[in-house]
Design a protein. Structure first.
Lengths: 347, 34
């Protein structure tokens, strides 16, 4: 019988990049579908401000040990370094011996130092395609990270073949252990959903049909296009509503969200648009379930959580024609897809 | 473009299972290689 694997998973609840948080939650929750003998023990290193109970509520997996990581003080740094050489020292860190076989995925945190086998995740290469949306510091930080992976031949997981190829092309086919690992989502409410009437009341949706676009307000998510489309649609369907959910903050383009508010006023869409901000995931997914369709206009993705949400809900989706979206839908034998070309422009 | 998703006969559960299995395969390969 194969030895049970213990995996260190680095977790942070971060509403400024909730896609990264959901990615880890989806991964760990998917482990419950493995045969019992193959299920790993998970040490979940919690770097967020959520309490252990709050974190536990977000995971539906039995064999999990949640470790709240305190601030990285000098003595802690010393203990981590010592633990890497002498596993015994993890007793002083976590009250147990170091049994980690592997850590995944964030490279900058102490938990990675505990294990010599590390797997890294490169979500996408957006900075190479849309550099104007990034500051020089962020581009340099990403490049340094990637070069470190390449120089040390460290294993990297990419969520799509597109992301993997982008990486290879950008760095001239480096010699690294590269893996394609498309992710799937776990819906926190199972096959159910919150009650529609309550949702409509809570979010002031009235009784009109609505579309939904669930993306953080990063500029590359291309909300502008949706507003322009709504301006055309609302002439024929004046009661139609477009619901936007997501954190109203682009840390790289601070003026972006305000510019969308201005555009709503300019296009006279105040009655047709709802900005709900960041809402609970069960409410977000329930709203998606009852929508006429999901809209995903993004200019760049590594593997879109929203598209996976739509798949899991078996929901119609209108999406931008970018390579990763084609990969995400076409490369999936589970779905039959009808491609209909509609007006589309690249800003 | 519009992708109309219809999958009445297959459960999304299989995709989630595949995600977990693929991750564990990668983990096994990395553990073996290091």
């Amino acid at each position: 019988m194969a030895k049970k694997i213990t995996i260190g998973i680095i977790y942070s609840y971060d509403e400024n990049w909730i896609g990264g948080t959901y990615y880890i939650e989806n991964l760990v929750n998917s482990f419950s579908l493995l045969r019992k003998a193959l299920q790993p023990t998970v040490w979940l290193f919690n770097y967020s401000s959520l309490s252990e109970d709050q974190v536990r509520d977000r995971f539906n997996y039995q064999d999990i040990l949640i470790i709240n990581v305190p601030p990285y003080t000098w003595w802690r740094k010393l203990l981590v370094r010592m633990s890497r050489i002498f596993k015994f020292f993890t007793f002083f860190l976590y009250g147990r011996p170091n049994q980690l076989d592997l850590t995944f995925p964030n490279p900058y945190l102490e938990a990675h130092d505990l294990c010599k086998r590390r797997v890294y995740w490169v979500p996408d290469m957006q900075e190479a395609f849309l550099p104007e949306l990034f500051g020089e510091v962020e581009i340099a930080r990403r490049r340094d990270f990637h070069l470190n992976l390449i120089e040390n031949n460290l294993p990297i997981v990419f969520s799509s073949q597109c992301a993997l190829k982008d990486f290879e092309n950008h760095y001239n086919k480096p010699n690294v252990m590269a893996f394609r690992l498309p992710f799937a989502v776990t819906l926190p409410m199972g096959d159910g959903a919150l009650e529609l009437t309550s949702l409509r009341k809570e979010f002031n949706l009235g009784g009109a049909p609505y579309f939904i676009c669930s993306n953080q307000f990063w500029k590359h998510k291309n909300h502008t296009l949706v507003l322009e489309a709504m301006a055309i649609l609302s002439e024929e369907f004046p009661t139609l509503i477009m619901v936007f959910t997501g954190q109203p903050r682009d840390t790289r383009n601070l003026e972006y969200y305000a510019s969308l508010q201005d555009l709503v006023r300019e296009l006279k869409l105040q009655k047709n648009v709802r900005f709900l901000g960041f809402i609970d995931r069960k409410a977000q997914l329930s709203l998606m379930k009852y929508a006429k369709a999901v809209v995903q206009p993004s200019l760049f993705e590594g593997w879109s959580t929203v598209v996976e949400d739509a798949k899991a809900l078996n929901k119609e989706i209108i999406l931008s024609d970018i390579p990763v979206h084609r990969e995400q839908l076409s490369d999936d034998e589970l779905f039959s897809i009808q491609w209909i070309k509609i007006h589309y422009h690249w800003p | 473009m519009e992708g109309q998703l219809k999958r009445p006969d297959v459960d999304y559960l299989e995709k989630k299972k595949k995600f977990a299995q693929q991750f564990m395969s990668i983990a096994a390969e990395v553990i073996e290689s290091c």
